[in-house]
Ligand binder design. Sequence first.
Ligand code: NAP
Length: 465
Amino acid sequence: MSIATVNPATGKLLEQFEAMTPDEVQAAISRAAETFLSYREVSFGRRAAMLVKAAAILEGRQNELGTLITTEMGKPIGAARVEVAKCGMVCRYYAEHGERYLADEKVESDASESYIRYQPLGIILAVMPWNFPFWQVFRFAAPALMAGNVALLKHASNVPQCALAIDRVFREAGFPWGVFQTLLVGSQAVSDIIKDPRIRAVTLTGSEGAGRSVASTAGANIKKAVLELGGSDPFIVMPSADLEEAVKIGTKARIVNNGQSCIAAKRFIVHRDVASRFESMMTRHFAALVTGDPMDEKTDVGPLATPQIAEELERQVRDSVQRGARLVMGGKRIQGEGNYFEPTILADIPEDAPAAAEETFGPVASLFVVDSVGEAIRLANATSYGLGSSVWTNDKGERKAFIDGIDAGQVFVNAMVASDPRLPFGGVKHSGFGRELGRDGIREFVNVKTVWIQEGAPNRKSSAD
Ligand code: NAP
């Protein structure tokens, strides 16, 4: 894949970039390694001040940076600006809380004194996707840099200008050169970078295939990895729910980011008592969506990021219908320039059809009907993914059953799944491992060091390891 900006709304190539040479990559790694030695000594207060400066830069440039996001990957401009502002939030969050999350922790033991110290690991490689090209990077980088690590970013090949703009934000915020560097390289360069002994850990947000590849190389080289992969989130609606609200939020949760979000609601699992009303209400909501130019403030659904994503989505819908699914509305690409896809609803979907078993990355809602809480949980868990889940019920017993029973990294009750700097974010099963955000996020890329201090005669009870 060439490193280039291609506007998804028009298909026009706007700018192409040369990939960095292996020597240039080596120079960047050396710079990072050298910078780490001094950056790890920089106080939390100074790191926090630079993060606050980064936040101010982001907040002041929402329009400019939002326009860049929309130009490179096609999300509606309003959402792009919100994404930039959210990056400011995560910088401020870790500036405020990072030091406390990494403060020494006393632990009572047989030692005169024992405690846990959290120390940075060194260079962390971040392999990132295009779908939230700012947010995915900042939610990794803000805690990693606050902890004293340095970062190398290999961004998706279709968002090079976002990658370079992020690099500039950190530099302008005062982070020394070498603390955060963008590597303009293709995915084939990643494995050699991970193998470099100076790289201490890797984080990848992306597809399952990329996750397997990155985790295998990290494993073979005994390096820490965090994987944030795909999802096929269930959105469960029970009869006690506020149906109007569930349909409204469900529609939003499906079409967020033009349907290309890991935590978009993808499978709507609805109790039989409200299923036909839910289907007709959702059809009305989908029919009212405005699909078009993502630079237009009125647009709800912009183009998909690449023609390949649109083709793949069309294949998934076609195969699902061939296997017996009912096409309620939509179902195909919109003719003309740009990668536009009709808002689509599928129902009566066999469990082995792509719309049930695979992640659909676009504005396609899959509807399923169930008769009980148990059946809803079984269906919710019947994919290889386990990222987010949203359940709509006002029954306390049902809530408990869903919270306990759904295999996912997060359960939202009567709300759509969203990441929040204050709470951990991540998945189970093939959605990945490790956590970002919250206290857990900043503790992913640190050495959890045990310190044991003995004064006078040893009084340790056991010497077994
Ligand atoms: P992708 O193709 O896996 O790309 C993601 C990143 O990985 C890009 O930088 C890509 O580089 C790189 N990459 C691809 N194959 C690689 C390989 N074999 N080895 C090393 N690096 C590789 O994913 P995508 O299509 O851009 O993103 C969509 C996927 O990301 C969806 O499955 C979505 O659910 C998931 N996602 C998950 C989360 C989460 O938090 N769990 C958040 C957002 C997205 P190139 O661009 O150069 O190929």
